[in-house]
Design a protein around this ligand. Sequence first.
Ligand code: HEM
Length: 224
Amino acid sequence: MKKVLVWDWPVRVMHWLMAILFSGLIITGNINADVMDWHFYMGYGLSAVIVARVLYGLVGSRFARFTQFIYHPIDTFKYLKTLLTGRGKHYLGHNPVGGLMVIALLIAMTIQWLTGLFNSDEVFWFGPFYNWGTDYIWEMSASLHRQLPDVLLILIALHILAVLYHEVRFKERLIGSMIHGKKPIQNSAEHQQEEGEARTPRVGVIISLLLSLAWLAWLWSIPF
Ligand code: HEM
């Protein structure tokens, strides 16, 4: 079966960076205050990766673009139904439910790092945006930053279970595709999509990388 490139290298690098940094943040957020500087730096890193991923969703390769995987809610619901009853339609990029999960993960992680920037333990550690907060913002940030990881862990568990479900039930090698980037073309309709296999746009990479590095440098320059 012919394989085509679906997840180009920026999507794959950003995916595994998100997974590594998120895991590091969960660990450092739960140990003690001694590793809080690591928690800060990893949070800055995750925010920069997400800024880059959102920009790449606008100016990136074919299957990385939001327009490729944001579907109408009715299509998403229909797809979910076919998934439960049997083999749903095959998508080369994200299927409608997978696309929805990507958006949910990106939004939830963004709220998580954004609230972290305003957060503080009121003793030693003050997030870089702490001084710009108000009582309301400090309280809301503290509460969201404490509670959202549980929601994120549930979303990530569902994300991994969905990937494993496709691997076991439909023998789709999705994990491998997030490593080498390629997926097999399974039917003639997809054959026509071959033309549009992921090609990495140099300008898109430069825009996403430069703006996210500028964001990271600015965060780094604020004392905490
Ligand atoms: C903290 C952990 C993780 C986070 C935050 C995360 C997040 C994401 C996001 C945002 C995407 C969309 C990729 C994109 O379009 O840029 C994605 C896709 C994907 N992830 Fe993860 N992920 C995590 C862990 C994992 C793990 C451990 C696996 C492997 C078991 C995995 C396998 C995949 C696969 C195979 C896809 C592509 C699914 C498809 O083909 O539609 N992820 N993940």
